[in-house]
Design a binder for this molecule. Sequence first.
Ligand code: NAD
Length: 339
Amino acid sequence: MSYNITLIPGDGIGPDITSAATKVIEHSGVKVNWDVQIAGLPAIEKFKDPLPQETLDSIARNRIALKGPITTPSGKGFRSVNVALRKEFDLYVNERPAKTFKGIKTLYDHIDMIIFRENIEEFYSGIEHYIDSSKSAAETIGIITRKGSERIIRYAFENAKKYGRKKVTAVHKANILKYTGGLFLDVAKEIALEYPEIEFNDKIIDNMAMQMVLNPYQFDVVVTTNLFGDILSDLASGLVGGLGLAPGANIGYDVAIYEAVHGSAPDIAGKNLANPCALILASCIMLTNLGEKEAAKKIESSVAKVIEEGKFVTKDINPVNHVGTNEITDAILREMDKL
Ligand code: NAD
């Protein structure tokens, strides 16, 4: 069997890490016909459109995409392609696991938590404007709906049930944002009643940030709104060794797009310094969801072995003795051969 998967190399470090991820997937024996499409800066150069119709058609056709990061200019320029893709395909779940790897020096040595971030609503829906031509003030409208809250919270509980996780924590700011945060919290409490076997609690976002640093072991599954999820998942990746090890998945009813949590890292682009592991681990989530569990396990344990041995790791993991993107990828391929 072979899979048709849309491959979007993205920009910045994207082409390097997507090339690493496809090499590793091919090496696992899973057959993929990659349908390569462009988005972001390369698409603007070619089509004057950061998200060309051809790319959208390819994702709609294949229903699975592996995507490199895409730059979004801050404060001006085109709107986020990442946000547009999530809205276009109603990818309401953003799954972001954070797991410690042996061999990485971190504050904590056995973190294993998963953050489910609502991926469509609130401050990322793009409803914003300056109130006058002199830009004296600006307004962003963040809408939270009952339906949007219900489906992400239910997804988090269902995931906890499926994978034997014990606890779900809902994160919000319902003390201040009494309507939007309040709605999200009310829905979380209602849905929690349907899962009596899973412990449930809630935390206010500011306390949550502190608690995650003080004692991350108290968290198992975390479910939260879009902006808080974006920030907390970077915090979680910092706890397990940085963005180079943080995978993500955008999941809807019909389509899923797998990517790293990190962005296009313009500061290291084109320097053979990018850690491809986050996107490789995102590929493992993709393969698991496709039913290719053995291949996913083989890749994940090879990544873990390379990191644990520490001889062929990138600069973000070992700033003194490091190799490049290509060399860590080759080391992962060699580990896969041993299994
Ligand atoms: P970033 O995640 O690109 O980089 C933050 C820091 O982490 C940088 O120092 C970078 O060098 C480092 N880093 C990131 N990924 C790394 C990797 N794989 N290996 C080693 N080091 C890595 O965040 P940023 O600099 O704030 O954003 C750059 C651009 O990426 C922005 O335009 C932003 O909008 C975009 N972005 C895109 C996505 C996406 O495509 N899903 C996600 C986040 C940010």
